[in-house]
Design a protein around this ligand. Structure first.
Ligand SMILES: *Cc1c(COP(=O)(O)O)cnc(C)c1O
Length: 440
């Protein structure tokens, strides 16, 4: 190309590029500012001699994102079903459709039959109540932490929450449940030792100042050896309300997760209130579920703080569809058989090997993750590739997050929806085609 001064003269002007009809669609879809940014970047490349002026508009079009937001879909091939860094539970197709249907103006707080104001989120609340008949009443807030904060504020501010020392847990990213509870103005009364707590410990701590006993599921670690904890039904013999934070949002017992607490069992054992997350094992949107006795739930619902923790119409839509609709991707990932995973892995490796990749199917172990079923390993199958694939796959489109283990890049299929197998294969092919340049 010509010398630098000549190149500068040949850079098309911003206004004339933005006025190019070929960019009209992009401006409508993404907004002028975002397209202008891309034009500026392309002009820089022309100036640097890396792009011909005639090719500028095409380069802009090629580099533009599909939507004006930076969150991108990621194929979760880590083998961790609920990956907090990947947004925990993937929503079902039904829940995604419900979100779209509610995204505009919607009847979230109006009864279209009568034209009067209707109870906000009655569909989602009704679905939750129907899913857990043992709950006299239910309420939904922003996340599991918000459910705990609301319970502590409404039932124990200025009073004591009795909690076993072994259940003082950090939930991740430096957030600790005890700090969260204390931030509401409640005081903590620790009972027992790190490994053992008895009913007598609780009984001795309970008094006129007790707001409630909190039983918290240590959802991200396991304590083994010389340990003792008190079952909910024994705690419920004490003369104070018992709040059970089950964490993961299992509504009823799950045969594959025998040690994971569920809402129905805790309520049947006498809990006044159960708190849980919506985006863990329930497989729904981020939400905090509150289920329990009518009096306690009503106190929470009526508390001024409830307004600050309320969920939006999109969450309500997704939650209702999760509860009423077909099995969630999380539920299917939990129950898919190893034989099925092996069939998928064999099919994928055959295709990938035909494309020249060093791919083999190997046994793998998946985990629930995301604060659920700690210590439970789920037998799985992975497509094993050279370790060098991991980085390019992560930066690809769609991005694929793998696990690197013993010098190999493992694509664990348990958390990958079968409908995404083709996209996974394509993503590996793209990396493979660029392999010569990448020196895998
Ligand atoms: C995950 C978890 C929480 C926090 O729930 P979020 O929905 O992440 O706010 C609280 N308690 C337990 C036991 C958990 O597992």
């Amino acid at each position: 190309m010509a010398d630098p001064a000549d190149r500068r003269r040949r850079v098309p002007r911003t206004d004339s590029v933005l006025g190019d009809p070929r960019l009209d669609g992009a401006v409508g879809r993404l907004g002028r500012a975002l397209v202008k940014e891309a034009v500026t970047a392309a002009q820089d490349r022309v100036r640097a001699g890396a792009l011909e002026p005639d090719a500028l508009v095409d380069a802009v079009l090629d580099g533009l994102p599909a939507i004006p937001a930076t969150l991108r879909p990621v194929l979760n091939a880590t083998g961790v079903l609920l990956h907090t860094n990947l947004g925990r539970a993937p929503l079902s197709v039904a829940a995604r459709a419900a979100i779209l249907a509610a995204a505009g103006t919607t009847d979230v707080e109006v009864d279209l039959d009568t034209g009067r104001r209707g109870r906000r989120g009655r569909g989602a609340l009704g679905a939750l109540a129907a899913a857990v008949p043992d709950a006299q009443a239910v309420h939904v807030v922003n996340n599991g932490a918000a459910a705990l904060v609301l319970a502590a504020t409404a039932l124990a501010a200025g009073r004591e929450i009795v909690l076993a020392r072994g259940e003082m847990v950090e939930i991740g990213d430096g957030f600790r449940i005890p700090d969260l509870l204390v931030s509401t103005g409640a005081r903590l009364r620790e009972v027992g030792t790190t490994n053992r707590v008895t009913l007598d410990d609780y009984a001795a701590a309970v008094g006129a100042d007790t707001g409630f006993i909190l039983k918290l599921h240590p959802s991200n670690f396991v304590l083994t050896g010389f340990t003792a904890s008190v079952p909910t039904e024994d705690l419920c013999t004490l003369p104070v309300p018992v709040v059970v934070d089950i964490g993961s949002g299992l509504l009823a017992r799950h045969t594959a997760l025998r040690d994971e607490p569920d809402a129905a069992s805790a309520l049947r054992a006498g809990a006044a209130l159960v708190t849980a997350s919506g985006d863990k094992l329930l497989g729904g949107p981020q939400a905090g579920l509150l289920l329990g006795r009518a009096a306690e739930v009503e106190r929470l619902r009526r508390h001024p703080l409830a307004r600050a923790l309320r969920v939006d119409k999109l969450t309500l839509a997704a939650l209702e569809a999760t509860l009423r609709g077909p099995a969630t991707p999380t539920a299917r990932a939990l129950t898919v058989t190893v034989e099925e995973l092996r069939t998928r892995a064999d099919r994928l490796t055959t295709l990938l090997r035909a494309g020249g990749a060093d791919a083999i199917a190997v046994d793998s172990q998946a985990a629930v993750g995301g604060g659920g079923a700690p210590g439970v390993l789920l037998p799985s199958v992975a497509v094993s590739l050279p370790a060098g694939y991991a980085g390019p796959l992560r930066r690809g489109d769609p991005a694929v997050l793998a696990r690197v283990e013993q010098g190999r890049c493992l694509l664990d299929l348990r958390a990958v929806d079968p409908t995404d197998d083709r996209a996974l294969q394509q993503a590996v092919h793209v990396v493979n085609n660029g392999a010569a340049a990448l020196v895998l």
